[in-house]
Ligand binder design. Structure first.
Ligand SMILES: NC(=O)c1ccc[n+]([C@@H]2O[C@H](COP(=O)([O-])OP(=O)(O)OC[C@H]3O[C@@H](n4cnc5c(N)ncnc54)[C@H](O)[C@@H]3O)[C@@H](O)[C@H]2O)c1
Length: 329
């Protein structure tokens, strides 16, 4: 069986590729390295069952071999306005990869009679008025805020995926991924946990936007990979839209305090700037559907996950760390 992963050189994609190779699949990874690094795939590049294609999925995908399943993960994903590789810094690329890019991947799935999984996001719920968020909630999303380039593009990505399911009979499913963290997140993308851990380890202040009372729930990467694989391969997942994420909710301030404690850092916490426009105040998935259909819920405790993240950042001497620094410059 051959699986194609778009965005396979990224944070979630590289972990997924590793896991799929371990499970004996043949793998094609398509990535244009906008926000990812080929070095994250170093352990796979020499494997005869693994093929890397440097390609922008906004252009049509002409894959000659038969593909049985497509995970469409390609997209910038960081919301941090200070990052050069956030979706705010790459607005057109973000809109195109989730719209035209999704269309190209769906066409490929249709030609191959392949299963298709679209990596959507909790951002489709916007700044939610319902809490926790169930899949049936339609969201509270601005069409024109700076974040809309991501939120609305993902919403359209869901719409076109569902069109192919309903009208073109493609075997589609949609994962609404909530905040996920773990090793291989790039320092340059400055998402909350990697930013706090890096700041704590280097003794710099941990910078919080707003008053820190906004909440997030964080899922460790290994759990997310299991959820994505079950959503792709379990029976009765065709046409399903499923939240994947952690139900344990903490404030941003609590995460900062936990990281200071776990690293033993002397860093202070500062409230460096107001909350960015449309930054959600509350975020927590209702994962009853994932529990029922996929027998899935996250298993890794926050303490263990954060400790693994800290061990990965420190000491910072690996090839990956060097490549990360180049990406940030
Ligand atoms: N990590 C999270 O917490 C989270 C939360 C919600 C949704 N998601 C979604 O999951 C997916 C993966 O996220 P991630 O955290 O691994 O992000 P990432 O930025 O680490 O990885 C995305 C990968 O896609 C590649 N890419 C971007 N545009 C491309 C294009 N046009 N053609 C080919 N490749 C392209 C990048 O180079 C990168 O390797 C994204 O679709 C994201 O929106 C992630």
């Amino acid at each position: 069986m051959t699986i194609l992963v778009t965005g396979g050189a990224g944070f979630i994609g590289s972990h997924l590729c590793e896991r799929l190779i371990k499970e004996d699949y043949n793998l094609i990874c398509v990535d244009n390295l906008t926000t990812g690094l080929k070095i994250t795939l170093n352990s796979l590049l020499k494997n005869p069952r693994f093929k890397f294609i440097n390609h922008d999925v906004v252009k049509p995908l002409n894959i000659k071999s038969k593909v049985d399943a497509i995970f469409h993960l390609a997209s910038p994903a960081s919301p941090n306005h200070h990052s050069k590789i956030s979706y705010l810094a790459l607005p057109m690329a973000t809109m195109l990869v989730n719209t035209t890019g999704t269309l190209n991947c769906l066409e490929l799935a249709k030609r191959n009679h392949a299963r298709f999984l679209f990596a959507s996001t909790s951002e489709v719920y916007g700044n939610p008025l319902e809490h926790p968020q169930k899949e049936s909630y339609n969201g509270n999303v601005s069409t024109t805020s700076p974040r809309a380039v991501y939120d609305e593009a993902k919403r359209f990505g869901e719409t076109i995926s569902y069109y192919f399911y309903r009208n073109e009979k493609v075997d589609v499913r949609i994962a609404r991924i909530f905040n996920t963290y773990g090793p291989r997140m790039l320092k340059a993308d400055m998402r909350m946990i990697i930013k706090f851990v890096t700041q704590a380890i280097s003794g710099k202040p941990l910078t919080i936007y707003g008053n820190g009372k906004q909440t997030r729930s964080l899922c460790y990467i290994d759990d997310m990979v299991v959820g994505l694989m079950r959503l792709m391969f379990y029976p009765n997942t065709k046409g399903e839209i499923i939240n994947l994420g952690s139900e344990k909710e903490n404030t941003v301030l609590q995460y900062a305090q936990m990281i200071i404690k776990l690293t033993g850092s002397k860093s202070k916490i500062i409230f460096s700037e107001p909350l960015p426009e449309n930054d959600p105040l509350q975020r927590r998935p209702d994962i009853s559907k994932a529990k029922k259909l996929l027998n899935w819920k996250p298993k890794t405790s926050l303490e263990i996950g954060l400790q693994k993240m800290i061990n990965y950042i420190y000491p910072s001497s690996s090839d990956l760390q060097l490549a990360q620094r180049e990406k940030a410059d």
